[in-house]
Design a protein around this ligand. Sequence first.
Ligand SMILES: Nc1ncnc2c1ncn2[C@@H]1O[C@H](COP(=O)(O)OP(=O)(O)OP(=O)(O)O)[C@@H](O)[C@H]1O
Length: 228
Amino acid sequence: MIEIKNIEKYYANKGVKSYILRHVTTSIKQGEFVSIMGPSGAGKSTLLNILGLLEEPTYGEYHFMGEDVTAMKERQRIELYRNHIGFVFQAYHLIDEMTVAENIEAPLLYKKIPGSERKSRIADVLDRFNMVAKKDLFPNQLSGGQQQLVGIARALVAQPSIILADEPTGNLQSAQAEQIMDLFKKLNQEEGITIVQVTHSEKNAQYGNRILTIEDGVIKEDKATRLE
Ligand SMILES: Nc1ncnc2c1ncn2[C@@H]1O[C@H](COP(=O)(O)OP(=O)(O)OP(=O)(O)O)[C@@H](O)[C@H]1O
């Protein structure tokens, strides 16, 4: 599903290049649940953003679902993102002026899904996440865990092939974090949705099947998680 080869990313400042990622080569198959770990500043979010088509690498090849992303025009990349990628952010990134239902609806409007289908898809995810009673509330009327559930519902409603999550439980208390991780595991195991998350938590990483460790922009280790 994902193949990256020799990805490099640097920022040039006054002629001096600071490398964020160097020679990153890996592949992720459909149905995997991968955790990206490593010290602060190692380049984890940068890699996730590149995988999620939110940032471009300076060099290297990226094939997403068989398509050469680096050769694409911006419009094509946006289209690919809308059709296949659900991104979940640590700080939720919900729109404060929109209700829960409206936030969840937003990606469907971009995809030009007709009104009746939008309604039924929103009803489905609200039901599934036990949030029907909260649908007309605004994000600031919800707990952090509930806001992240809305963030995940918004990512899922567009029926993505992959969910990319950047420290999805970073702002949550442990009980809420466990609920989110259980949900990811279920989505992965029961619905076959590919998941890639950045996490600082070894415990969260164990929910997945593989851990990629990045240090100083380089993949240091690529191993399977403990079998349960
Ligand atoms: N626009 C930019 N210009 C210059 N440097 C940048 C820019 N964006 C990110 N960086 C640098 O890239 C490095 C890697 O950042 P990144 O957010 O990918 O790390 P991370 O491993 O996710 O860290 P954390 O765990 O703290 O979130 C950091 O040192 C950061 O300062």
